[in-house]
Ligand binder design. Structure first.
Ligand SMILES: Cc1cc2nc3c(=O)[nH]c(=O)nc-3n(C[C@H](O)[C@H](O)[C@H](O)COP(=O)(O)OP(=O)(O)OC[C@H]3O[C@@H](n4cnc5c(N)ncnc54)[C@H](O)[C@@H]3O)c2cc1C
Length: 354
């Protein structure tokens, strides 16, 4: 069986981001890296969006960038004007191609389908394979998105809609998310924050059809692409192993209140590469204990009072745009945190700290 200095388990967003970061920083020149990935082919399967609060390596994989966005609730629409941090959307197909074209030129990097093909005894392992655990009762962000194209110009592509709560809530939290890439092309997603035991929320196609026809008033369109997924809004539990570091969603890079993960993965990859020579004794990377605490309180409120969430989100976005974006991207200072906390219904949040 083959031995490698580094083994990446799962060649998805986190695994490939780390491999790329190691390669471009010449860290695989005199070392060997194996990537264990189960999939047969790479193609666009996700659309990653985020506020660009930090630099990353994938500006050339961007579909579209916006400044301003809106939040809709039954009581109206709120426009957020933002000049500080552009919101970017990345095409995962372009991302996979860019990385694979680069790392396949490095003879010290090899791909495998199965972990049993490797001897892992002397390797440092970076794991992004999700843990199998009991997910009952836990909250997920689950969704389906379709990219539609219309024959006429319909969308205002200068502004995207982050959350439209003016829809059927079914005693959970539900919103639509619309990213207009051009005047006649947009990704529209139906998104739920709920437990996964409730299969009745998964009639995604009917939800999308109704929203597009009745709310967006679009009758004729074709579907160019679709994606479906579920992001755990809880941290997975893993046994601590001396030579194993978890990365990606498995490594706690998801922001629990929002599901945003992509940019945290990029920051984590940079941290690992900067410390690669002493990574086993380096402090584990964390997106911030304060965010873990605040997000858990937020999710407790969400579980108990789903009906209050649209107004809570709307109020949160009435804070200055720079403050809310930094908070949601885990880059806020204590004054900005207080600014956001003051926008929350205090008594409900205090009751749900414990
Ligand atoms: C459809 C979708 C859209 C998303 N959109 C956003 C967004 O807009 N913004 C954002 O910040 N986050 C988003 N996320 C959340 C997060 O950024 C992604 O889930 C991201 O892909 C997480 O990266 P990862 O490497 O942890 O997991 P993945 O990218 O899923 O990588 C895990 C890899 O492990 C492989 N694998 C699984 N089991 C095995 C096995 N037994 N052996 C070998 N390989 C295995 C899988 O094939 C996969 O390639 C989205 C998630 C989904 C599902």
């Amino acid at each position: 069986m083959k031995e490698f200095d580094y083994v990446i388990l799962g060649g998805g967003c986190a695994g490939l981001s780390l491999a790329y970061e190691l390669d471009i920083n010449n860290k695989i020149k005199n070392k060997k890296l194996a990537i264990v990935e189960i999939r047969d082919e790479y193609k666009r399967d996700k659309t990653w969006s985020f506020w660009k609060v930090n630099n990353h390596n994938f500006d050339d994989c961007i579909i579209k960038t916006w400044n301003n966005f809106s939040i809709n609730s039954k009581s109206g629409s709120h426009k957020v004007l933002n000049r500080d941090y552009p919101y970017q959307t990345i095409d995962s197909g372009l991302f996979y191609n860019k990385i694979l074209n680069k790392i396949r030129q490095n003879k010290n990097i090899e791909f495998f389908k199965n972990i049993n093909q490797l001897n892992l005894n002397n390797s440092i392992i970076f794991n992004s394979i999700p843990a199998k655990e009991n997910y009952e009762g836990k909250i997920w962000q689950h969704f389906k998105g379709i990219e539609i194209e219309t024959s006429k110009n319909i969308f205002d592509d200068k502004i995207f809609n982050l959350m439209d709560f003016d829809c059927d809530q079914r005693d959970n939290v539900h919103f639509f998310y619309t990213l207009p890439f051009t005047k006649n092309k947009a990704l529209i997603e139906t998104t739920w924050l709920s437990k996964m035991d409730n299969k009745s929320l998964k009639d995604y196609d009917a939800q999308l059809e109704k929203y597009i026809e009745e709310t967006l008033k679009i009758k004729n369109y074709k579907i160019n692409y679709q994606e479906e997924g579920a992001i755990p809004l809880f941290y997975p539990i893993y046994q601590i192993e001396k030579n194993k570091i978890n990365i990606g969603s498995a490594g706690g890079m998801t922001r629990l209140s929002t599901g945003y993960t992509f940019l945290n993965i990029q920051d984590h990859s940079k941290y690992i590469v900067n410390n690669i020579e002493k990574i086993q004794s380096s402090k584990p990377y964390h997106i911030g204990k304060k965010y873990e605490f605040l997000d858990n309180v937020f999710l407790n409120v969400l579980k108990k009072y789903p009906d209050k969430m649209p107004e809570i989100f709307l109020n949160m976005f009435k804070a200055p745009s720079k403050t809310i974006i930094k908070f949601l991207s885990n880059k806020s200072n204590i004054f900005e945190d207080i600014g956001i906390i003051l926008k929350m219904p205090k008594w409900i949040f205090i009751k749900n700290i414990f």
